[in-house]
Design a protein around this ligand. Structure first.
Ligand SMILES: [Zn+2]
Length: 111
């Protein structure tokens, strides 16, 4: 949970983590406690100035909501990564075909 909060997990690890958290009430609760310890004892303004939505939830002591928000953010990041990977794979595939066609064209021109 600590690496998740620090965003130190790989995308694959993060996906496994969020998938589990989404369907395991025990771990959800534990993550909530993590946030209470991390944010509840400090000034909300100090911890999450870059994230107004999170700061508002911390201020209201809505840590269940904060867990939800973090999971949603994480899922969005994973989705963006997956789309990016697909686009990159398509690009590499097209580039490969181009290389193969160029080689064929070169061989043909040598005949
Ligand atoms: Zn669990």
């Amino acid at each position: 949970m600590v690496p998740f909060n620090r965003r130190e997990l790989s995308v694959e690890q993060e996906e496994v983590f969020t998938e589990h958290i989404e369907q395991c009430p025990d771990c959800r609760e534990e993550l909530e406690i993590c946030y209470i310890i991390e944010y509840g004892l400090e000034d909300a303004e100090d911890v999450a100035v870059d994230d107004a939505e999170a700061a508002a939830l911390i201020e209201q002591f809505d840590f269940k909501g904060l867990v939800e928000l973090k999971i949603n953010e994480s899922n969005r990041r994973i989705d963006v990564y997956k789309i990016y990977s697909k686009v990159m794979m398509t690009f590499v595939f097209v580039a490969d075909i181009f290389v193969i066609l160029s080689i064929i064209w070169w061989i043909m021109s040598q005949l």
